[in-house]
Design a protein around this ligand. Structure first.
Ligand code: ATP
Ligand code: MG
Length: 176
């Protein structure tokens, strides 16, 4: 029998693209001066990622269903991380691709289609693919050198909120 008691512990999860070690190093190198100039609290190297779909807190039975999802197999694609942006209210400094590949959008919308079938609805904000570089930052005018990111898989990640910062654990990996 499924335990549906409200005391069932919930876990905070999201789908993401995770950089391999080489891409992570390239992201760090390309954004170092920009992050330094922006101040604030930089994202720890091991936490750098690009979120595809933030699911939020789920119960164990829901998590099991999400782990069994078959994501849309859009094939591998390349991302060129070549710009930065700043979200004023949250003082977030982020890096992003100027050109968003159609495969990335297909992946994101396909994931939400499948999550919708499980009764999980997305919020109404438009999808803005980005890599958070720093929080409580000041605007930085320094631009970044482009980082080539070859994407061949996606992951489901659990987030345990800090302080000092969130700890992420990859729960599942799917090859595209
Ligand atoms: P903190 O919020 O404590 O700074 P965090 O943002 O690193 O921690 P989470 O809040 O668990 O950790 O978020 C995990 C990922 O999902 C991050 O990439 C975050 O930007 C993204 N995210 C969080 N909430 C939402 C949301 N409501 N909509 C879209 N993406 C979200
Ligand atoms: Mg957050």
């Amino acid at each position: 029998m499924t335990d549906t008691s409200p005391r069932q512990p919930k876990r905070r999860i999201f789908f993401a693209i995770w950089p391999d070690d080489g891409t992570r190093a390239a992201l760090l190198e390309a954004t170092r001066s920009c992050v330094g100039a922006a101040g604030g609290r930089s994202t720890p190297a091991e936490n750098l990622h690009l979120t595809l779909a933030f699911v939020g807190e789920v119960a164990a039975d829901q998590l099991a269903a999400i782990r069994a999802i078959q994501p849309p197999l859009v094939g591998g694609f390349d991302l060129l991380i070549d710009t930065t942006g700043f979200r004023k209210r949250a003082r977030l400094l982020w890096a992003a691709p100027q050109r968003v590949p159609p495969a990335l959008l297909a992946l994101e919308s396909g994931l939400w289609e499948r999550l919708g079938e499980l009764g999980i609805e997305r919020d109404r904000r438009a999808y803005l693919p980005h890599v958070t570089l720093a929080r409580r930052a000041s605007r930085s005018d320094v631009d970044i050198g482009p980082v080539h990111w070859s994407v061949s898989e996606i992951v489901l990640v659990e987030s345990i909120l800090g302080p000092p910062h969130s700890t992420y654990t990859v729960l599942e990996t799917w090859s595209l």
